[in-house]
Design a protein around this ligand. Structure first.
Ligand SMILES: [Fe+2]
Length: 270
């Protein structure tokens, strides 16, 4: 098996610059550092990530650019993330293999190979913690708004299959929040009911009951307004599929009414 680990991680914009992180998100930052330790412990060779801030309307895009390089000023919050230079290696061959596998199953998956494409902050922010030396090849992909959760899960399954069948030691990251009924006020938490639903979902994942987590995801996504309609979570669960995983909870933080757990999932027996 060469899918070595999966991660649910956060990208809240206030943690982009570690020296500016507010007090209430310090635990979240510590959790992301712990996730980085787990990541490097499996000696990864490639990281595939889905970001809730790379939003596509009709197609699933996978970034096959050999080197991801650019300057990011976040469209949603240019006051928080501005003039951020990034450079990460890519993996053209594996990205193209993912695209081909999706297309072979009839899904509208398109490769992007364009050095002028500028990444979203949902891709850049978690990598600043997970791969601080920017030394790990990265392939990122979209959430597609016209894709149902079922289609998104199916694409996740395809990606999981390809990652298991290829020889590189791969890690998959889902970058996004769970409860996401966002409000003004960065320090605000989800409502008690939203938090209860999120906690229940997280418990299922940590217990390795991924089938039940997938079964409740549509309603959970609707009621707690999970970020991107839960599509990053559907991709994440699809990547893990029927394989047994054990979960490890690393921490949590709120951001403007959203809930941001950091979870790593280890293939069982690993
Ligand atoms: Fe977000």
């Amino acid at each position: 098996m060469s899918l070595e680990l999966t991660i649910l991680g956060s990208h809240t914009p206030r943690m982009c610059y570690e020296d500016k992180v507010p007090e209430f998100q310090k635990e979240l930052v510590a959790a992301m550092h712990r996730a980085s330790e787990r990541l490097y412990a499996v000696r990864p060779e490639v990281l595939v990530l889905v970001s809730t801030h790379w939003v596509a309307s009709f197609n699933h895009y996978i970034d096959a650019t050999p080197v991801h390089e650019g300057v990011l000023t976040a469209m949603e919050c240019p006051d928080l993330i501005s003039n951020l230079h990034y450079r990460y290696p890519g993996d053209n061959a594996l990205a193209r293999a993912l695209v081909e596998a999706g297309r072979a199953e009839g899904l509208p998956v398109i490769a992007v190979e364009d050095p002028t494409y500028v990444w979203d902050y949902g891709s850049v922010v978690p990598l600043r913690y997970l791969t601080p030396k920017a030394d790990l090849p990265v392939i990122n992909m979209t959430v597609c708004l016209t894709a149902s959760l079922e289609e998104t899960y199916r694409l996740g399954q395809i990606i999981g299959r390809v990652l298991r069948e290829q020889p590189k030691r791969a890690v998959f990251l889902a970058s996004g929040a769970l409860a996401h009924n966002i409000l003004r006020g960065p320090e605000r938490k989800p409502t008690p009911m939203e938090q209860s639903m999120e906690d229940h979902f997280v418990r299922l994942v940590l217990e390795g009951d991924l089938a039940q987590a997938w079964a409740i995801l549509p309603q959970f996504s609707q009621l707690a307004r999970v970020e991107a309609g839960g599509r990053h979570v559907a991709t994440w669960l699809g990547v893990m599929g029927d394989t047994a995983f054990r979960g490890e909870y690393l921490g949590w933080g709120q951001s403007s009414g959203s809930g941001n757990p950091v979870i790593v999932m280890h293939p069982q027996g690993a």
